[in-house]
Design a binder for this molecule. Sequence first.
Ligand SMILES: [Zn+2]
Length: 457
Amino acid sequence: MRVPAVASSGDVTASISTCNCPNCGAAFDADPRFSQWCPACEWNLGSEPPGTPRALRRRARERARAERSHARMAARSTAGGRWGAEWVASQVLASLVHLWTLAVVAGSVWLLLSGSVFFAFLGLVGLGLAFLLRPKLGTRGEDPALVAPEAAPQLYALAARIAGELGVRPPARIRVQSGYRTDYTRLGVRQEVELTVGMALWTVLSEPERIALLGRELGRGRNRDPRRGLWLRLALDTLDAWYRLLMPDGGDELMLTRIERPGQYDMLPTSGVVRQIYANAQKALIEEVASRLLRTCALPVRLVRRALHRLVLSGSQEAEYRADDLGARAGSSRAVTAMLDMLFLEESATAYLCQQRALVGHGGVARPDDLAQALWNGLAGYLDSVPDIERERRRRLAARQGTAVDAWHPPTHLRVRLQAGRPEQPAAVPAESVDWPAIHAELEDARWRTAILVLGI
Ligand SMILES: [Zn+2]
């Protein structure tokens, strides 16, 4: 029961056929390159990743929290947002973390000056720890991903123009990485803005969507994200550093090895089995004591870290919605919604790039003269050829799984829903007013560098 049709885009040609759902009988389009699924009854859509009952309950709680935060943001105008009790609590907790760091330093100095060799040694250890775990403002040394301002004046000018429209600081540094992600960081004592753009995402976005992307990232300069506040960010970094120190790799692997049953010894002579079990038991005991000790020391750090994360989380997610609003102001509502919609295709983009890497690795394809152009144009053509039925599957699957860019972002489907519900906004920076060919030329080196990274050659 197949009616072949042909959809073609760029150099990628796909044949779409019609299938009938084995569950409800409804007809749906199918592309042999992707999973078949039924939009009517969601047969074969895919399910949530499996987990323990506890993990599932936690996920359900996170989802309910994300829905509540979405509802709050949807009820507010785009300019809304204020500090609440959670913000005050998080600042108090962050202050306590900094006081703790100060106390470690002061205590260590006191021990160092105590006169006793043993205490002086402890003091030195304490100072060493404080130095290792000190809050860091962030610096970057030699950075191959950096696109220097003098090499890309038009790109920097565009970013500065968008920043001007939004009333935020323009980026002092723009980096281009190979992936599908963007990032916004503040570095150094002057807290300069560093923007990181993923070449894969940049390539597949349309011009207005690129403006929306830059706008939403730069908008993080004024979206009142609690994590961007220096005080809180340094406290979170300090807690992370303590946690990594006390819980290297976590104790989970130890737990797993202890659960294993000794059935593997069935084939050995009995005395050998007993010796083996004793040796294993002794090793496990030592490991367990060490692991428990570390866990006990790490417990307060873990609790404070979790509390601070919890306090900051909803504020951070709401700030990401605000950044989307600022992206809409820069590049229009339509552009920001389309840009967010492209995030659902991250897995498809990654799969395409991995496939190209494998093909080049096995010498399966002749290398074109312009590798970079072939790779990035190929990616854009491929994503362009993804049929609506697959795009819809990705959207619904992401909604079902609550997929987000990371734990600090709201689930992407809620971000799309919020923007779709906002009143239509025109672009403050129209795409027609930008010299795109010049920007394209400025990114030539970055395209080559990232293509070589992706292809592993
Ligand atoms: Zn069906």
